[in-house]
Design a binder for this molecule. Structure first.
Ligand SMILES: [Zn+2]
Length: 175
């Protein structure tokens, strides 16, 4: 049994390969949007930080089960990411011809993004939106999704980082 080729499964009907967005571009979108979901306006969490937080707690000797990080962002094993994990959303769907240009990309929380994909864009547009959060004392100004915390924890022990995490560290430091 041959494992599915992730590149092939990402091909649109037109046959154009859809490459994963670079981490640099994703970070640029998150920063432009202030790490706030474009649909519900909730503050997002940069998911890789949760894994490093878990690492810190383990390193401090705590072996209790923790629901901080799970690769699949399940509500069962990573409730914060299930709700607030930051993802990149295509305003016009890629399958409908939407581009990967930064103007067609927006920051979304995992919850809104999941509902949007499940409903399809047409249905999503018609359904009542998640009631946007409004700040009584104004909108968040300096929220960074815990990305600074990620940089700090990643630098603390760079030898244990995965290639993916090193890529995020580079992307966060490059701007
Ligand atoms: Zn949202």
């Amino acid at each position: 049994m041959i494992a599915p080729d992730p590149e092939k499964s990402r091909q649109s009907e037109g046959g154009t390969a859809r490459r994963p967005l670079s981490k640099e571009r994703q970070v640029a979108v998150f920063r432009r949007d202030g790490w706030v979901c474009c649909w519900c306006k909730r503050p997002m969490i940069f998911a890789p930080v949760m894994k490093l937080l878990e690492r810190e707690i383990r390193a401090a000797g705590n072996g209790d089960p923790l629901a901080y990080y799970h690769a699949h962002w399940t509500r069962h094993s990573a409730p914060l990411l299930d709700l607030l994990g930051a993802v990149i959303d295509h305003i016009e769907a890629f399958s409908a011809g939407g581009t990967e240009h930064i103007d067609n990309l927006a920051t979304a929380c995992n919850k809104c993004n999941g509902r949007k994909s499940a409903d399809g864009v047409d249905k999503w547009d018609k359904r009542p939106k998640e009631k946007p959060i409004k700040g009584r004392y104004g909108e968040p100004q300096n929220w960074d999704g815990f990305s600074s915390l990620f940089v700090m924890l990643a630098q603390r022990d760079a030898t244990t980082l995965t290639a993916n995490e090193r890529g995020w560290l580079r992307a966060l430091q490059s701007a």
